[in-house]
Design a protein around this ligand. Structure first.
Ligand SMILES: [Zn+2]
Length: 423
């Protein structure tokens, strides 16, 4: 235990509620234990937090007498919670602050550098299995001949679709085969994306790099290639392992269209585009967010330092609720683009230790009004999207605008207080 003590303690963050923590040995400030910071400082090893607290806060006078300024500043910045609750430990590597063996393993394993291009395969508007398949294809983790032969399984099979017999391979099935070429051209041509026999990873990157005119257009160039790969995979497995003996190209077109339509409807429920595909592409390129005629009361965006998107989302929600109450609203709706936070606010509690404090204080504020919480894809709320990008681009800026100046800036008319935090 002593051998791993240092590793473990650095990942344990103590949250002070009751005052029983050790001031010296517990990691209270997220920077490590004070004893490690100031090894030369003469101190009593058994000092507890309670000795330096007064009326539920830090006793700054006593701290100033006993410690130098730098130490006093660090201690003063440690937040003290609800005194009626017990102290608790937050396990830093996990998302919810609870200890798991998996998160512990992740801390200790040797990690490869993260590949950004693979991260963009995941999208909350399409089923997980579709993204997962694209990820496996990019890493060549699919049971094609070239991979099976590495395990001494030699089943040299030919492609089930092409008129000229061709050996089956990942590159042939997904990119170079007649069926694949047809689908890439069928869905790519109306978007002016020409098909080229590149490796699948480069081809997906090429689609994503296409210049887009609006958020629906962007969504489409992101998900169409994933939908095509998924459909090719479905047909291929049906031929290889099922009783099908050829690719049904019209059926594939139909299924891909269905996946695209479902994703657009999920992300932009108020938009309505008409098929067939070339018409939809034309309309999407010309699409502009609708102007809603009502009033902006206020808007804000903040760039903050926090460890996850969900914390930023929860903080934005809490601030939005407080702003509404402050301005005298007693019945309002809040839209969030994190289903997790929506669920927590609806349930009015969570067992996620990182978010519990923010959620409970939001709920406390919500109890003063009639609040409806709903999920909304961020790009579908044009103003919120603009504010989030603004916060990300402008660093630590803070904006808070009241009518009517903001109307000119946004060139659109919206109701509500619109807020955004960018972590
Ligand atoms: Zn073929």
């Amino acid at each position: 235990m002593l051998q791993i003590r240092e590793k473990v303690e650095n990942n344990m963050l103590w949250k002070i509620n009751a005052d029983t923590c050790s001031l010296w040995w517990d990691n209270l400030s997220d920077k490590g234990a004070l004893a490690n910071f100031f090894p030369d400082h003469h101190h009593n090893r058994h000092t507890t937090v309670s000795e330096y607290m007064i009326n539920g806060g830090w006793d700054l006078n006593k701290l100033a007498i006993d410690f130098e300024d730098r130490m006093t500043n660090i201690i003063d910045n440690i937040v003290i919670g609800d005194l009626s609750l017990e102290d608790f430990i937050l396990w830093k590597p996990s998302n919810d602050g609870l200890y798991t063996n998996l998160s512990s393993f992740q801390v200790n394993r040797d990690k490869k550098q993260e590949d950004v291009s693979l991260g963009s395969l995941w999208h909350n508007c399409i089923p997980f299995k579709v993204s997962f398949l694209a990820w496996r294809a990019c890493l060549s983790k699919l049971p094609f001949n070239e991979n099976l032969s590495r395990f001494a399984i030699n089943e040299d099979t030919d492609c089930s679709y092409c008129s000229i017999a061709t050996r089956d391979s990942l590159q042939h099935t997904f990119i170079e085969g007649e069926a694949a070429k047809h689908l890439w051209n069928h869905f790519g041509s109306p978007l002016v994306i020409r098909h080229t026999n590149w490796p699948i990873r480069r081809l997906l990157k090429h689609w994503r790099a296409t210049t887009t005119t609006n958020s629906v257009h962007k969504l489409i160039v992101n998900i169409v290639p994933l939908a095509i790969c998924w459909e090719i995979w479905r047909m291929w497995t049906a031929c290889r392992y099922g009783d099908q003996n050829k690719f049904y190209i019209r059926k594939m077109e139909y299924h891909i269209s269905w996946t695209i339509n479902a994703a657009i409807t999920k992300a932009f429920p108020t938009c309505c585009f008409s098929w067939p595909w070339p018409n939809l592409c034309r309309d999407v390129e010309l699409w502009r967010p609708k102007t809603v005629h009502s009033h902006v009361v206020a808007a804000f965006s903040k760039s903050i330092q926090c460890s996850s998107h969900n914390i930023a989302e929860a903080m934005a929600a809490r601030e939005g609720i407080h702003q509404c109450l402050h301005l005298g609203f007693r019945k309002f709706q809040i839209e969030l683009d994190s289903q997790i936070i929506v669920n927590m606010l609806k349930a009015r509690d969570t067992n996620n230790l990182r978010l519990k404090g923010i959620i409970l204080s939001s709920v406390k504020a919500m109890n003063q009004a009639n609040v409806d919480v709903t999920y909304c894809y961020r790009e579908a709320n044009h103003v919120a999207d603009l504010l989030a990008k603004n916060a990300a681009g402008s660093g630590n800026s803070f904006q808070y605008c009241l009518m009517p100046n903001f109307l000119e800036t946004l060139k659109a008319h919206f109701t509500w207080i619109i807020g955004s935090y960018q972590a």
